[in-house]
Design a protein around this ligand. Structure first.
Ligand SMILES: [Zn+2]
Length: 378
């Protein structure tokens, strides 16, 4: 029997509770943290890198789709650096290493936005929070917590069907945890590390490491399209989101970042979705995932499995139309499926993705950087 929210009646779903509840759940809006490197101070090596104090820069940290690791391409993750503050969208396999390879400063990691809660987008969230713990400090104490934004618990636990169903329900008392639950479980699971390591090495207060926010999705009027809504509006960074369609992953989000230098939209994983168009309207850069469903079909996918993939992803032949309708300046491809770099050539991806798009189409690759137009004009 399920409660009104779809949870087993009589069971407390709040695995994250008490102390963890207090240190995990975001208390935003907050008054705005002090800049970890005030104006005029000497920046640590790599703190600002080549992008300088004011430029806004996009860096692709990983561009592979799907959970299975492949050689030569890291899991999906992107970073946007705004006035030295680093925002990460999705934390796929290898995100912490990609972050370091890009020369970004872990002490300046400000926010993490999860498009949805599949493991290929969240698997290295724990590492991104825990590995740089020791450097998230300054002489007067810890730097402000990293804020993690993402989907909350779904209103209903998704049901399967004849083709795809689960045999075993994992964690039946909380079978579909949200972002706040996930972060709480990470801290709980690594409590040994967080409680014991400070006894052997000087570490900042782990209670100041992270705050999490379950994004509330505004109700949609019957028959009306979804309207983008604000997730964060803080010191020159405005982040909006809209729910997109990615199979049973509900909600799944696309995000738009608006800065003084321009705008970047991250599609997340979605089928072609009309609700993405207003969010991406006029964006300088649209980072969009791509799948080559024809490739999958030629390599053994068929029937219900192929139909299900089509209900999860945007085919490479469709993404140019999305970018054109949105009027984006540049379309950058990411979250490739197939993910193996040699499976489909970059030239092939670009040629087919660019059909119907009058802007510039670029095959994203790990480490690709783009300075936003406003920053280039300075
Ligand atoms: Zn994915």
């Amino acid at each position: 029997m399920l409660s009104g929210h779809g949870w087993p009646a009589g069971r407390a779903p709040a695995v994250v509770s008490g102390y963890l509840e207090r240190i995990v759940r975001s208390t935003r809006p907050w008054p705005g943290p002090p800049d970890p490197y005030p104006e005029g101070c000497v920046l640590p090596a790599g703190a600002a890198g080549q992008y300088g104090r004011m430029a806004t820069e996009l860096v692709l940290l990983g561009t592979a789709g799907a959970p299975l690791p492949v050689p030569g391409r890291a899991g999906i993750s992107s970073a946007l650096v705004v006035d030295g503050r680093v925002f990460v969208v999705d934390c796929g396999r290898g995100t912490p290493s990609g972050f370091a390879d890009a020369g970004l400063d872990f002490a300046r990691l400000d926010g993490i936005f999860l498009s949805h809660l599949h493991a290929d987008h969240t698997g290295d969230l724990a590492g991104l929070l825990l590995y740089p713990w020791g450097v998230r400090v300054r002489p007067d104490g810890p730097v402000p917590p990293v804020h993690v934004y993402g989907p909350g618990r779904p209103a209903q636990v998704p049901a399967g069907d004849a083709d795809f169903c689960r045999q075993t329900t994992i964690c039946p008392e909380l079978p579909a945890p949200g972002t706040t639950d996930l972060v709480g479980h990470i801290l709980a699971g690594y409590a040994y590390h967080l409680n014991v390591m400070p006894l052997d090495a000087a570490m900042p207060d782990p209670g100041q490491l992270v705050r999490a926010t379950d994004i509330a999705v505004p109700a949609r009027a019957p028959g009306q399209p979804r309207v983008p809504f604000v997730v964060l509006d803080d010191r020159g960074v405005r982040v909006r989101a809209v729910a997109v369609t990615h199979g049973h992953a509900v909600p799944a989000f696309a995000y738009r970042f608006d800065t003084a230098d321009g705008s970047v939209v991250f599609s997340g994983d979605t089928t072609v979705n009309d609700d993405l168009i207003p969010l991406a309207q006029g964006a300088d850069i649209l980072v969009h995932h791509v799948a080559d469903l024809g490739y999958l079909q030629r390599h053994g996918w068929a029937g219900a499995a192929l139909d299900r993939m089509a209900a999860l992803h945007t085919d490479v032949t469709e993404v140019g139309g999305v970018a054109e309708r949105a009027g984006a300046g540049e379309l950058i491809l990411s979250h490739y499926l197939p993910a193996e770099p040699g499976a489909v050539s970059e030239q092939d991806w670009v040629q087919r993705a660019g059909l119907g798009f009058s802007g510039r189409t670029t095959a994203g690759r790990d480490g690709l950087r783009r300075t936003l137009p406003g920053a280039e004009r300075r």
